[in-house]
Ligand binder design. Structure first.
Ligand SMILES: *[C@@H]1O[C@H](CO)[C@@H](O)[C@H](O)[C@H]1NC(C)=O
Ligand SMILES: *[C@@H]1O[C@H](CO)[C@@H](O)[C@H](O)[C@H]1NC(C)=O
Length: 398
């Protein structure tokens, strides 16, 4: 594979950049305090039916995503690598960092927490590494027994790293990971986009590189692999699926046998179009956790000057590209209150009529990635999307 798959070091901030970042964060917090003070007046005039907590949480999400540049986000949010390691340590989960020859980075996590209590040692400087070594040791054994693989592509507009809530989502939001014997999970730590780095189709190339590794080096057949993604990760997932039968000319094709198919794919709140002209972008603006202006900024950086193509905007793919997909079941879940609703609805209908093994849920009253956002923002309910998704996962992986 070409050297362009290498993940360039993400941009970093200068001292002046740091000062600007602090000022912006201060501005976002001050804005939220102002909104908090204004809430009683809004709710009296019934301009918002949300609880105080719900209102501030959603406003905070919008302000944060719109207020910071890509490089600033990379600076304030922990990396995907850090999140995976910390999730594994916290859950006593065997894991391994996977670095492929072209620089593609992924984390292999076991399907279930270890029941062994690992000795941590007394030295505070080696405590973590001792446990890491023990968990890595266990992963070698778990990998030998692996026969079912979940490959996960995280969301975050291609600019933000994975969230802990996404890792919980992979494990069906159980308190502890506890999938049945032989299940392992790969989390792709794709290159995050900013103004200068990791433009499309870097992430597709990395995803294909990881799948090639799992199928042709680890010898797991596609029929034992389930692909999963949410938001930008579901954009990548759809892009991968299209690439299998209609290869992107800039990305090597995936080497798999003609009659082989992936077991299943799960697309949660897919970002399926880099164009933001759909009507729901404005009609759902006050209901969603996403802002169209943020999508435009992220999408522009992601495209890096390239035009809309099926592999960056799956909605642009001709309807017949969705027939003969090299996947079995396809589960698509989105919220009726998403700003991307109109595009998603069109896409889901199109995919469903071309690929009958598709199940679509468009859920009333739900916003973008509702199940992960409910956890992130500590909202006191369990969304219908979560119930549907976890039931689907439990049928297959427990
Ligand atoms: C790895 O996960 C499997 C379930 O997929 C479980 O049976 C096994 O005990 C786990 N291995 C370790 C070392 O925890
Ligand atoms: C694929 O899954 C089946 C069970 O569904 C299992 O019997 C088989 O061993 C798996 N193949 C590999 C190579 O792990």
């Amino acid at each position: 594979m070409t050297a362009t798959s290498q993940q360039p070091a993400p941009g970093s901030l200068t001292l002046w950049g740091w000062l600007c970042l602090l000022a912006k964060v201060g501005g976002i917090v001050a804005g939220l305090i102002f909104k908090a003070v204004r809430y009683p007046f809004l709710s009296r005039k019934s301009k918002t039916k949300r609880s105080f907590h719900h209102y501030i949480a959603y406003e905070g999400m919008i302000d944060f995503q719109s207020g910071l540049s890509a490089v600033e986000k990379h600076t304030v949010l922990p990396s995907t690598a850090w999140q995976c390691k910390s999730f594994a340590h916290g859950n006593n989960l065997p894991y391994e960092k996977v670095t492929l020859h072209d620089g593609t980075l992924a984390f292999l996590l076991n399907g279930s927490s270890s029941s062994t209590k690992h000795a941590l040692g007394l030295n505070p400087f080696t405590r973590g590494s001792k446990k890491a070594a023990a968990l890595a040791e266990e992963m070698i054994v778990a990998k030998q027994k692996a026969n079912k693989v979940i490959v996960y592509f995280h969301g975050g507009g291609y600019v933000a790293a994975i969230l802990p809530q996404h890792l919980h989502l992979i494990y069906s939001f159980e308190d502890k990971p506890r999938y049945k014997d032989g299940v392992v999970v790969y989390v792709l730590a794709y290159g995050l986009v900013d103004e200068k780095a990791n433009h499309y189709p870097t992430q597709l190339r990395q995803a294909i590189s990881l799948l090639d590794h799992i199928i042709n080096t680890e010898n797991i057949p596609p029929s034992n692999i389930t692909l999963m993604g949410n938001s930008a990760g579901a954009n990548l997932l759809l892009s991968v699926i299209l690439h299998l039968s209609h290869p992107n000319p800039d990305v090597p094709p995936l080497n798999m046998k003609d009659d082989e198919k992936f077991a299943a794919a799960v697309a949660i709140s897919p970002w399926c179009n880099m164009d933001t002209s759909a009507e729901s972008m404005t009609t759902n603006a006050n209901k969603d956790v996403l802002a169209a202006s943020a999508l435009e900024y992220w999408g522009g950086n992601f495209l890096g000057g390239r035009s809309l193509e099926p592999w960056n905007s799956p909605l642009q793919a001709p309807a017949e590209w969705w027939t003969d997909l090299k996947v079995g079941e396809l589960l698509m879940i989105y919220g009726e209150d998403e700003i991307m609703r109109d595009d998603t609805e069109v896409l889901c209908k199109r995919v469903q009529s071309a690929h009958p093994q598709t199940t679509v849920y468009g859920l009333p009253g739900e916003s973008h990635e509702q199940m992960a956002m409910t956890k992130l923002l500590h909202l006191p309910w369990i969304s219908d999307s979560e119930k549907i998704y976890t039931a689907w996962m439990k049928e297959r992986f427990y």
